[in-house]
Design a protein around this ligand. Structure first.
Ligand SMILES: [Ca+2]
Ligand SMILES: [Ca+2]
Length: 77
């Protein structure tokens, strides 16, 4: 029984890990100007990442470097 339980967990957890998929920067940057406005950001990421916590330098936009940091943090769990 214990072995079955462990197998069940191993089967289930990869599914959980994949449940949160953070989109690529270029897919969030709807107008392709190389930065994410709050509107673009929230359209893709509401409920996943808070815009203000992603905008680390507080300039009101999330650039690719800032986005990479939050994407990595979310996907790492
Ligand atoms: Ca943009
Ligand atoms: Ca910024």
């Amino acid at each position: 029984m214990k072995k079955l339980f462990i197998t069940a967990i191993l089967l289930f957890f990869p599914a959980l890990a994949l449940a949160i998929v953070v989109p690529e920067f270029k897919d969030v940057d709807a107008n392709g100007d190389g930065v994410l406005s709050e509107q673009e950001f929230n359209a893709a990421l509401t409920g996943i990442i808070d815009f203000k916590s992603a905008d680390q330098n507080g300039d009101g936009r999330v650039d690719e470097a800032e986005y990479a940091v939050v994407k990595k943090a979310i996907e790492a769990g």
